[in-house]
Design a protein around this ligand. Structure first.
Ligand SMILES: Cc1ncc(COP(=O)(O)O)c(C=O)c1O
Length: 389
């Protein structure tokens, strides 16, 4: 057999920019260095105990040991609808407007395969979450990068997308609160998005993975709150961040019936939905006590204030995040984002993600996660300050 048997489809997948950097970090860690890794996006807090309890109990119940219905447990689909109506005032049909996913990452890759044909164009934010690119490549479609830069409040400028691109675009991915820019969008932006999508026949997929992590007492609007949103698109939600359930792999897509049906059809060919006990625990997370979410947001907000203030004091220019658990800042003059990553790894044993990994408009920036305790974040600031002296 040939050594490299991968099909062209696999070879077309974008290179995972961050994997080579992770290898460098691991190499440094092997030297015994005390590394403060703020490069990743893995929540550091545990899943709230009441959710774990439901999983344990459900896992002991043999009725959860068989296959789930392909489109997931009705109990979870209904809980998702209760959650969306309670949180956002959005009414959804559990049978026709909900698709349960193995984490929103899976759905964000699947959607391109579900609606794009080879040669179609998908509009994506740049800088943006790199997994969007993978689904587009698997679909044999093309990507058009919408700059989401500081001058525009990190929002896409629909007027500036060339006409010939807009006319060929079939799908658009957007993400607010945004990874990596930490920016927030308001309902007016979503209304303008619905209008743009309707006028041009574009399907919208809004990635709402950080929908619950918004600071200063504010609440992020759901894309589905914009009038007509369900006519043009879907929203992806994740339990990973809201309830620290990243390892559990639970997400869902909501909204346009035709898009949801395509996602469910694709998934029926790949999977038989999630472990029913996990689905029961997910339902409990959505409909159970919500104090844990507020407590989590308070933790991230406290860390944000300490970290942003600290970085500013050592002369770094950083945006004050409206939401997410990241900080997006400018690399000091004279460095590329990768050079800054290397400098901090070498001299400070601190890891940040270079902005270029999120697309070319991310160059000149770094992303740091608020995913370690406040003392460690203070220590990271101190070490970064020393490294820059
Ligand atoms: C912007 C964004 N979307 C989606 C995801 C995927 O989350 P999950 O697959 O855990 O639901 C992430 C994870 O880091 C993310 O940052």
């Amino acid at each position: 057999m040939k050594k490299d048997v991968a099909a062209q489809r696999i070879k077309n997948l974008p290179e995972h920019f961050f994997s080579s950097l992770v290898a460098k970090v691991q190499k440094k860690a092997l030297t015994g260095a005390d590394i403060i890794d703020l490069g990743r996006g893995n929540p550091d807090q545990p899943t709230p105990p009441h959710i774990v309890e439901v999983l344990c109990k459900a896992a002991r119940d043999p009725s959860t040991h068989g296959y789930s219905p392909f489109s997931g447990l009705k109990e979870l689909r209904e809980a998702i609808c209760v959650f969306y109506e309670r949180e956002f005032g959005v009414k959804l049909d559990p049978d026709r407007e909900v698709a349960i996913l193995f984490g929103s990452k899976a759905g964000l890759v699947e959607i391109s395969q579900c609606v794009l044909d080879p040669g179609d164009i998908c509009l994506v934010p740049n800088p943006g979450y790199p997994d969007y690119w993978s689904g587009i490549a698997l679909a044999g479609a093309k990507r058009y990068d919408m700059p989401v830069i500081e001058e525009n409040g990190f929002l896409p400028d629909y007027e500036n997308i060339p006409r010939e691109i807009v006319s060929k675009a079939k799908l658009m991915l957007i993400n607010y609160p945004s990874n990596p820019t930490t920016a927030q969008a308001d309902l007016d932006f979503f209304k303008a998005t619905v209008k743009f999508a309707k006028n041009n026949g574009i399907i919208v997929a809004h990635d709402f993975a950080y929908g619950s992590i918004v600071f200063d007492g504010k609440k992020a609007p759901s894309f589905l709150q914009a009038e007509g949103a369900k006519d043009v698109g879907v929203e992806f939600y994740s339990l990973s961040k809201t309830y620290n359930m990243a390892g559990w792999r639970v997400g869902f897509a909501l909204g346009n019936e035709s898009v949801i049906s395509a996602i469910n059809t694709l998934q029926n060919h790949y999977f038989a939905s999630l472990f029913p006990a996990v689905q029961k625990a997910a339902a409990a997370a959505l409909t159970g006590p919500q104090e844990c979410v507020k407590e989590l947001v308070d933790i991230y907000q406290m860390r944000r204030d300490i970290f942003v203030e600290g970085l500013r004091q050592i002369g770094l220019e950083v945006c004050k995040p409206a939401g997410t658990f990241f900080v997006w800042g400018k690399v000091p003059k004279g460095f590329s984002s990768v050079e800054f990553f290397e400098l901090l790894l070498e001299r400070a044993n601190v890891v940040v993600a270079p902005g270029i990994g999120f697309g070319k408009y991310g160059e000149g920036y770094f992303r740091a996660g608020l995913l370690d305790g406040s003392e460690r974040l203070k220590e990271a600031v101190y070490r970064i300050g020393k490294a820059l002296e």
